[in-house]
Design a binder for this molecule. Structure first.
Ligand code: PBG
Length: 329
């Protein structure tokens, strides 16, 4: 029986899985995914991260295996975070040629070569004893310009160790320009920079600070990371400045709480845009799934589809390998 008035039949294209698949406008591909990995200096066995079930702090050996598995699954890239055995005020481990990131880079590169893009996070918080992303002044402020020199040194050390993409995440003003100049001066003109341009001071980073052992020992990151209530114009300004300073691609972080910002950035620029589905986004879904409150696989795919739909070309996600394995190559 037909209705008394004309009914638009949107359900026609939803009837079968084949129709839905053929008419889909958002698709995920393994090559769009980037796997963040933590490697810790001086441990004999991988150490599980309590607040991130399924994520570990790797040994130099197990990180090779994780890189191999990611490459096998077709994951597009991997980003290395180092946890040094010893920390100090200036974050010396960040630019030490024997520092954990530099050593792990060599290990991972010998394992995967060019099969995926081996990237490095460039920041100081994993390496400083106070846990801030920069050098401190005597009164405990983060000193922007003194920090730039440290970032430049860290980026050059990573470049020398073979990093294939430098990803500065510290939110100091001028960081992209300082790193670009230092890389160029050392002959690394061809090494791209993925700038964490839009990075909010977010509660969603909580579990990461367990994984990277980098919680600030006093205060918080609100004087350098963006305020969640700040304007979209501020986010755009960060992006434009980073591009003017030489960024090759930009990032929005966290992802799901900032999809509106991600869409606006995607529409405003013509470089690749990445989004970081951060540790807290991961932990929420894992925790709810462990309680039987949500369907884990379904929610993972829905979250990644939403991030992609909002405009991300690439997505950093701790599920990269698992998800890539389930996607058509
Ligand atoms: C800083 C950095 C952080 C993350 C990536 N790079 C932590 C912070 O800013 O406190 C967070 C990533 C996540 O939560 O998954 N080096």
């Amino acid at each position: 029986m037909s209705a008394e008035f004309p009914v638009a039949r949107l359900r026609r294209l939803r009837r079968t899985a084949a129709l839905r698949r053929m008419t889909a406008s958002t698709r995920l591909h393994p090559g769009d995914l980037i796997l963040p990995v933590f490697v810790k200096e001086g441990i004999a066995e991988p150490a599980p991260v309590g607040s991130m079930p399924g994520v570990v702090q790797h040994t130099r050996d197990s990180v090779r295996k994780a890189a191999h598995e990611a490459a096998q699954a077709g994951v597009g890239g991997l980003i290395l975070f180092g946890v040094p055995a010893v920390k100090d005020a200036r974050g010396s481990g960040a630019d030490d040629p024997e520092g954990i990131v530099q050593l792990a880079l060599g290990d991972v590169l010998s394992e995967v070569g060019d099969a995926l893009v081996v990237m490095t996070d460039t920041c100081l918080d994993e390496f400083t004893d106070h846990g801030h992303c920069g050098i401190l002044t005597d009164d405990g402020e983060v000193d922007n310009d003194a920090t730039l020199e440290r970032y430049a040194a860290a980026a050059v050390a990573q470049a020398r160790a073979g990093s294939q993409m430098i990803a500065p995440s510290g939110m100091m003003d001028g960081q992209v320009g300082a790193i670009r100049a230092a890389l160029d001066a050392e002959g690394f003109e061809q090494l791209p920079i993925l700038a964490y341009s839009v990075k909010y001071a977010s509660g969603f980073y909580g579990p990461f600070r367990d994984a990277a052992e980098c919680a600030p020992q006093f205060g918080d990151r609100s004087s350098y990371q963006q305020d969640p209530a700040g304007s979209a114009g501020e986010a755009l300004r960060e992006v434009r400045l980073d591009l003017a300073e030489g960024a090759d691609a930009v990032m929005v972080k966290p992802a799901m709480p900032y999809l509106d910002i991600l869409r606006q950035i995607r529409d405003a620029v013509d470089v690749p845009v990445a989004a970081y589905q951060v540790s807290g986004e991961y932990a929420m879904i894992e925790a709810a799934a462990a309680n039987g409150w949500i369907d884990r696989e379904r929610v993972i795919m829905e979250s990644l589809t939403a991030i992609r739909r909002a405009g991300a070309d690439m997505i950093l996600t701790y599920w990269a390998t698992e998800v890539a394995r389930g996607l058509p190559a």
